[in-house]
Design a protein around this ligand. Sequence first.
Ligand code: DP6
Length: 360
Amino acid sequence: MTESNFIPNYNLTLLKDGKVSWASPSNIALVKYWGKKENQIPENPSISFTLDACKTETELVFEARQNTEDSFSFDVFFEGEKNEAFKPKIETFFKRIQKYLPFLKQYHFTINTANTFPHSSGIASSASGMSALALCLMSIEKQLNPEITTAYFNKKASFLARLGSGSACRSIEGDLVVWGQHNDIEESSDLYGVKFTSEVHPVFKNYNDTILLVDKGEKQVSSTVGHNLMYNHPYAQNRFKQAVENITAMKTILKSGDLKGFIALLESEALTLHAMMMTSMPYFILMKPNTLEIINKIWEFRAQTGLHIGFTLDAGANVHVLFPDDEADKINDFINKELVAYCQNGHYICDKIGFGAKQL
Ligand code: DP6
């Protein structure tokens, strides 16, 4: 599929008004997306686990406008309160997707949105938020053109979500999702995420992700600034090449159920992401002392018990602790006794691998 497949060619028969709602999850990358080209095209492919509990729920109310001017018309309410802070990002999103959804300027939109996880948790809500909004817009397109298939609906929702936030394109469908063209992944594309359809060992079923909230503040480095750090980065080309190799390695691991290999790759990816930030100009350290305390505790516990506990990081200080479900009792016990003390106000979120967005 190319971009032109997402430009609609149906006759626009306007609906007067209506309402659509979606719940869309966050996701955690196992092989990270870090670095992008023009138009939200990733420098390297990435693969993620879809989360289950961390979701954004969005209701989109649309009313046909009397006079359609050359501007977008929308209001945003976050957890019931009018929110001006989200507007610029949504305005940019609308500008980027206008070509693919020509009805956008013909409606006034009221966007009512809320997260199932605490707002000030340091958890990026752009993936769940942008994917939920993209899905709502696709539901309007589906009403305008009932012919579109579920496969097209999901592909275009992912394509649009990508234009809102890259990682958002991995939040539409599937427990494991690949975004970015890769020779070993069928149908993979830089334009949208695809469900990982190769064999996955049952040990990855119900896989746990407990998110330890080390720092609940706003992101220190916005993703735009972060990705830009990869321009003229001395190690960028090697990193992009490594990510391609790591996707191949991950595919083999997911099939075999080699948990040791999984953890090694997972943690190496997390530390590489942070190493890229430490070695860019300007440079950043996004881990906090407690991030390192947690990592060391995990390593110590793993060496002592032989249990399959591993971690990954986003572009921040919080730690995602990943482990198989059959070891959950022992590992949850360890988390409660040893790791929760390093979380801000003792806060953490228990999540699991999920299966994608749902219409409400
Ligand atoms: C570190 O998707 O937030 O979480 O495309 O600029 O919105 P934009 O970036 P974003 O970047 C996420 C980067 C990451 C790794 C990942 O999720 O793959």
